[in-house]
Design a protein around this ligand. Structure first.
Ligand code: NAD
Length: 362
């Protein structure tokens, strides 16, 4: 689903790289294209038409660009492009939002943090997406004895905590084998249950994975002080909303950040950035986030070698100095969206499939 603005430009490059990975690693992907957001409003009168939702639910995965833009800004409520995206996430039953944040050494200079603090950062934030304080009852305004009151409820069941913990531990096994669970168990009973269940899931099913617990206030501080120490961070909806945006500032460009929303039968893979109307149609968008989202899709399907090869190809392309304008640095050559995608695809075709340090190719 290319979507709006730069969405079609970046998803085109993700498909190009997926095709290259299929050639190199021996699989074929069939794909169909559907409008979503503003483009669906223009073509079919709704941001997520029923026919499009049905097609998504019948797919193995949805790869999405971005939605929204000034052309649709005057629309209200369910007619807005963003409403299509929220409806899609809900329809897919995606309860786990995954956001990897990596800062390879050669990009550390672009971070708002000091190079030596941020270099080598490679963490994955696993945020519970369909429960917690954003969705639990009772909620809303009530008349209190002292006038108007408003309330929200943070509620989690053992089953909800266990399933998000399983996602985190599973990804930790594919990565460096360490999970940090973030809560506020010194104050909140719901966090005490969270901590108890996460600990039990590890003891029962993932004894090989290391687990530490941090309070949310301390976690926010530690992610800024020593980001490279974290591997997988798992947390509740509200805490994850805040921590994932905090961590997103580390690499210094939105154009690098992929995401996945999984848990239902069909996963949703999309860049973290929006439709960037200010640069749409100019070949300036960085396709890396969309390409890395496609790599997460392959990883989810067990194509770990192909996913690793794509990640390495993106890193090597950036390390050799080919950059879209958002990542311009002295000594680098500014390339278009299409050239960046073509370079990554060409590297993927040459991949050996074995782990090798990026520096070797830089
Ligand atoms: P944005 O992420 O689109 O853009 C923020 C800034 O980052 C802009 O300067 C843009 O040029 C730059 N940028 C974003 N992606 C880039 C890329 N791939 N390469 C280079 N530069 C990039 O956020 P915004 O401007 O707040 O929102 C624009 C529209 O996108 C709005 O309609 C908003 O509602 C929508 N939006 C959609 C999503 C989504 O589809 N998931 C997410 C956020 C915003």
């Amino acid at each position: 689903m290319p979507g709006d603005g730069v969405g079609p430009e970046v998803t085109r490059e993700a498909l190009r790289v997926l095709a290259a990975a299929g050639e190199r690693f021996g699989f074929a992907l069939a794909h169909e294209e559907f409008p979503v957001g503003g483009s669906a409003i223009d073509a079919l009168g709704a941001p997520l038409p029923e026919s499009v939702k049905t097609a998504c639910l019948a797919s193995d995965a949805v790869l999405l660009g971005a939605v929204g833009g000034p052309a649709w800004d005057a629309l209200q409520g369910d007619l807005r492009p963003e409403a299509g995206l929220l409806a899609l996430r809900k329809a897919l039953g995606a309860y786990a939002n995954l956001r990897p944040v990596a800062v390879p050494d050669f990009l550390a200079g672009a971070s708002p943090l000091r190079r030596e603090v941020v270099a080598g950062t490679d963490m994955m934030i696993v945020r519970e997406l369909t429960g917690g304080i954003y969705f639990s009852s009772p909620k809303g305004p009530v008349e209190g004895t002292g006038g108007k009151e408003a309330r929200n409820t943070m509620r989690y069941s053992e089953a909800e905590i266990a399933r998000i913990a399983q996602v985190a531990f599973t990804w930790a096994r594919r990565r460096r084998g360490r999970v940090t669970s973030v809560d506020k168990a010194n104050v909140l009973e719901v966090s005490q249950l969270w901590r108890e269940v996460v600990t039990r899931v590890r003891e029962t099913d993932y004894p090989d994975v290391e687990l530490e617990h941090l309070y949310i206030d301390n976690a926010a501080m530690q992610i800024v002080r020593r980001p490279s120490d974290f591997d997988v961070v798992v947390t509740a909806n509200l805490f994850g909303d805040i921590l994932s945006d905090l961590a997103a500032t580390l690499p210094g460009s939105l154009g690098l950040l992929p995401s996945a929303s999984v848990g239902g039968a069909t996963g949703l893979f999309e860049p973290v950035h929006g439709s960037a109307p200010d640069i749409a149609g100019q070949g300036k968008a960085n396709p890396s986030a969309a390409i890395l989202s496609a790599a997460m899709m392959l990883e989810q399907w067990g194509e770990a070698d192909a996913a690793r090869a794509i990640r390495r190809a993106v890193n090597e392309t950036l390390a050799e100095g080919a950059r879209t304008a958002d990542m311009r640095e002295p000594g680098c050559r500014v390339v278009s969206t299409g050239e960046m995608g073509a370079r990554v695809a060409s590297r993927v075709r040459q991949e050996t499939g074995r782990e090798q340090p990026v520096e070797a190719a830089a």
